[in-house]
Every structure is written in structure tokens, then in C-alpha cells.
Design a protein around this ligand. Structure first.
Ligand SMILES: NC(=O)C1=CN([C@@H]2O[C@H](COP(=O)(O)OP(=O)(O)OC[C@H]3O[C@@H](n4cnc5c(N)ncnc54)[C@H](O)[C@@H]3O)[C@@H](O)[C@H]2O)C=CC1
Ligand SMILES: O=C(CO)COP(=O)(O)O
Length: 343
């Protein structure tokens, strides 16, 4: 095995879970975070008590607040920073990059400053274009607890995909490859919107028929949006698409699901986000996606209905109404092109 030097940017639950796997795999791993207390806690006690309180961390995982050294010493950099701060952190590391360094985004969201994905932010650096995206049904707390998990590494460069597999594969973490970065990344970002919808529905005690319809129509909406922006619709049948949608739309471990559940239980959005203490990317994603859907005339009744509910004081009935009486009548629209011609 080649021992790699890896840096994970971000001290949250997902960055910590990934850093821990790679340290266990025998790689040299530094995890950069801005909070000195958190650095000391990880290095002295082997615990990140705020984000992963039940997961003992490997002794070779080195937490650091020295960004410059962490980047200089690494051949692969995982960026696990919430979308709100992603661009700012990437700008800080740009002067430290070299052409051979590999950059991987693990963040499922859009840049709040302009309509672009995290890999677009990475790609704007002038030094390295060795870029990948990691996405899939990857609830951090389950990964840290050693639950068997699958994920997708997407990149146009084979060596990038293989590096990430070499770093992360383990008896409980299995990686699959994809060349459709756009689809994989959009799937990971978009499903957060529908996790909010599903959390909301669950709080309202809807039946399994209803949950199944919401999740399946969510997949239809997500892929419609993504295909418009260049994704392959087949990607949505894989782990990054359907897989992540199932995990996030059904698990109270998902922060986005919890935001929806809190709203369905009567809280307002501010309180629902406030009580999380962690990032719920779906709220910003919803704003960006609904705006883009309007601009591009894309039909997205669930996202539109949720937007009106959260930001325009619409009633829940309008969200339900937009799903039940909307204009779309075909089930699998990409599979029915021929059928439609024959009608
Ligand atoms: N937690 C999970 O289960 C999974 C999360 N993700 C994605 O990973 C990304 C990161 O999420 P989590 O680790 O879960 O977030 P988190 O909410 O657990 O932690 C975020 C971390 O980022 C740090 N941070 C925020 N702004 C910063 C800045 N300007 N400079 C330095 N550090 C900053 C915070 O201090 C915190 O340590 C999210 O986009 C999420 O969608 C993806 C898969 C699973
Ligand atoms: O992306 C995730 C699981 O795959 C995590 O979802 P949340 O950000 O909603 O917790």
C-alpha cells in the first residue's frame, strides 16, 4: 500500500468520519479546523465531542489549526466545509496549491454567492484541475459507528477516482466510481430539499403510500433539474441519487429531515435551524434551485411548494396541492420519450 498524506478541511461530523477512516487505513491524515479547543480535544482525548460524541478517533489522526502546513504536507485535500464558507476557505488554500494536488469536495450544496456547485468553486483555482466529488448515502454518525456504507467518487480523471478509493476503502466503506461529476454532485445537493419535505410529511403522520409518492416524485424533479444542467439521468438510479434520497428522506439522523420534521411539528424555520446546531444545506439549496428553475422554466412542484411554505407564508395545502394536481402526468419521463411519440 502507498501511504498518502491527506488533509481534511473542516472539523464537522463528515470531515471527522472521513479523516478517521483514512487514519485507520494507515495514511498520514491531518484534519484542519479553526477552533483551537477542538484541535486540543481531538489530539489529547481522541474525541470530537461536539460533532461525533460516540466515536473514538484513531490515534494517528492529527487535528491542526495550521492551514498552511496541512495543505503543503498533503497530496490529497478533502474539503468538508459547509457551502456557505466553502469559497472563502478555498480562496485561502489557493496560494498553497501545486499542480499535482488532488482536491475532493464532500459538500452537498450550492455556493450561496452565485449559482454554482462546490466543484465549480474548486475548478476556478488556477493551479490544479485534479478534482473529484464524493457523494452518496453517507450519514456521518453511521459511518463513524462502523455501519456498512457505500459512496460514489466522481471525477473525469481515473487517477483521482482511484486515489480516493485507495484512501477510503475499508471493510465497512465501499466506493463506486462515476464519470458523471455533474450528476453525482447535483444529486447530493438536491436531495436535501426533499429530505425537508419528507421530514415535514413524517411529522404529519402521512402513510407509506404518501411517503413513497413524495420520494419518487422527488427523484423525478431532481433528475429533471440535473439533466437540464448536463447530468446523465441514469446517475439518479445509483447510490448518489436514489441511495442518498432514501437515506436522507427516511432518517432522523439527517439534519435536513430534522428541519422538516420540526416545521411539521409547528416550529418556524428560524427555530428549526437554530435547534440543530449543525448545517442543513437544503434551505440555501432550495432558494438557489427554485430561482434557477424559474429562470429555466423547469417544472418542480415539490421544491416550489416548499419554497412558498417556508418563505411566502403559503399553507401546507398549497404544497400538497402542487404535488396532487400539477401538470406532469408521465411517470418516468426519460423512459417514455418513445411512448409519448406513440400516443
Ligand atoms: N454530516 C453528514 O452526515 C454528511 C455531511 N455531508 C456534507 O458535508 C458538508 C460538511 O458537513 P458536516 O461535516 O456534516 O458539517 P457540520 O455542521 O458537522 O460541521 C461544519 C464544520 O465546518 C466548520 N466551518 C464552518 N465554516 C467554517 C469556516 N469559515 N472556516 C473553517 N471551518 C468552518 C465548522 O466549524 C464545523 O467544524 C456539508 O455540506 C454536508 O452536506 C455529506 C455527507 C454526510
Ligand atoms: O448527506 C447526508 C447523508 O448522505 C447528510 O444529510 P444531512 O446534511 O441532512 O444530515
Amino acid at each position: 500500500m502507498i501511504k498518502h498524506s491527506v488533509c481534511v478541511l473542516g472539523g464537522g461530523s463528515f470531515g471527522t468520519a472521513l479523516a478517521n477512516i483514512m487514519a485507520k487505513n494507515g495514511h498520514q491524515v491531518s484534519q484542519w479546523m479553526r477552533n483551537e479547543q477542538q484541535v486540543d480535544e481531538i489530539n489529547l482525548t481522541g474525541l470530537n465531542s461536539r460533532y461525533l460524541p460516540n466515536a473514538p478517533l484513531h490515534c494517528e489522526l492529527l487535528a491542526t489549526s495550521n492551514l498552511e502546513q496541512a495543505i503543503r504536507d498533503s497530496d490529497t485535500v478533502f474539503v468538508s466545509i459547509p457551502s456557505k464558507s466553502f469559497e472563502q476557505v478555498v480562496q485561502r488554500i489557493e496560494p498553497l496549491l501545486t499542480a499535482e494536488k488532488i482536491l475532493i469536495s464532500t459538500t452537498k450544496g450550492f455556493n450561496p454567492n452565485r449559482f454554482e456547485l462546490m466543484s465549480d468553486v474548486l475548478r476556478r483555482n488556477p493551479v490544479t484541475q485534479r478534482i473529484g466529488v464524493l457523494s452518496g448515502p453517507n450519514l456521518a454518525k453511521e459511518i463513524a459507528a462502523g455501519q456498512m456504507t457505500g459512496s460514489v467518487i466522481a471525477s473525469s480523471e481515473e487517477a483521482v477516482r482511484h486515489r480516493v478509493i485507495e484512501l477510503l476503502k475499508s471493510p465497512t466503506f465501499r466506493l463506486y466510481e462515476s464519470k458523471d461529476s455533474k450528476g453525482v454532485e447535483l444529486a447530493g445537493a438536491l436531495k436535501n430539499i426533499y429530505a425537508i419535505v419528507c421530514g415535514l410529511a413524517k411529522a404529519l403522520n402521512v402513510g407509506e403510500n404518501t411517503m413513497s409518492m413524495i420520494m419518487t416524485r422527488s427523484l423525478a424533479e431532481m433528475s429533471r433539474f440535473a439533466v437540464h444542467f448536463g447530468a446523465n439521468p441514469m446517475t439518479f438510479l445509483g447510490l448518489a441519487g436514489m441511495g442518498d434520497l432514501i437515506a436522507t428522506c427516511t432518517s432522523p439522523l439527517s439534519r435536513n429531515y430534522r428541519v422538516g420534521f420540526a416545521i411539521g411539528s409547528g416550529k418556524n424555520l428560524t427555530d428549526a435551524i437554530g435547534s440543530l446546531g449543525e448545517v442543513a444545506e437544503g434551505v440555501n439549496t432550495l432558494k438557489m434551485v427554485v430561482e434557477e428553475a424559474h429562470r429555466n422554466h423547469l417544472y418542480m412542484p415539490l421544491a416550489e411548494g416548499l419554497f412558498k411554505l417556508l418563505f411566502e407564508n403559503a399553507t401546507l395545502d398549497s404544497l400538497i396541492g402542487s404535488m396532487m394536481t400539477g401538470e406532469q402526468t408521465w411517470d418516468v419521463e426519460f423512459a417514455t420519450t418513445e411512448e409519448k411519440k406513440n400516443v
